[in-house]
Ligand binder design. Structure first.
Ligand code: ZN
Length: 186
């Protein structure tokens, strides 16, 4: 996604962030842990349950995150657009496969929150967060991203470090050479 829309690492990093940031509303868990440590009471996860999937899992959050991240971008409008889309990809993945251990633990997407209570979306077929479907999707996306990395010369490692990334892509390209022309290496 990010590789197709913008042409520089800074913007690609921002777009990647937009796909992760929605779950920052789960940071309430840190408050819960701190509360229980300081008060000595049993862990309750109140904040986590109250705010996770509510503050940053709707269109108000999507707009907020997209415009906030675009402030740091080079290609601003492209980044707003790409962040908005990536953010929604995250919501879609949550809707499809973020169920808890029991079949009743469905996670709804409250798309109007935190401004409006509606609409609320729920998919009864939602699979488990640790289900095989998520593993398959992860592996497919991972393979695709390696393929794109070899073609374009940069990968998702760039988000962490550009130096590691060029080393990583170098290794990938060497592998490709070895597999695509075995006769040469003999
Ligand atoms: Zn989420």
């Amino acid at each position: 996604m990010a590789t197709a829309v913008v042409d520089n690492p800074r913007d690609r990093r921002l777009i990647t962030l937009a796909g992760i940031l929605p779950d920052a509303d789960g940071l309430g868990m840190a408050v819960d842990v701190a509360n229980s440590l300081t008060s000595g009471q049993e862990m309750s996860f109140d904040y986590y349950q109250k705010y996770h999937h509510l503050w940053l899992h709707g269109w108000p959050g999507a707009l907020g995150v997209a415009f906030a991240l675009a402030c740091f971008a080079r290609q601003r409008w492209r980044v707003v657009f790409a962040c908005f889309v990536t953010f929604h990809l995250h919501l879609l993945c949550d809707l499809l496969g973020s169920r808890g251990p029991s079949p009743a633990d469905l996670w709804p997407i409250c798309y109007g929150e935190p401004l409006f209570r509606h609409p609320i979306w729920l998919w009864k077929g939602q699979w488990r967060l640790d289900g095989w479907q998520n593993t398959v999707i992860f592996l497919v996306i991972f393979a695709l991203s390696l393929w794109v990395a070899v073609k374009r010369g940069y990968s998702f490692v760039e988000v962490f470090s550009r130096r590691f990334d060029s080393a990583f892509v170098g290794v990938l390209r060497k592998w490709r050479e070895r597999f695509s022309s075995p006769s040469l290496s003999d």
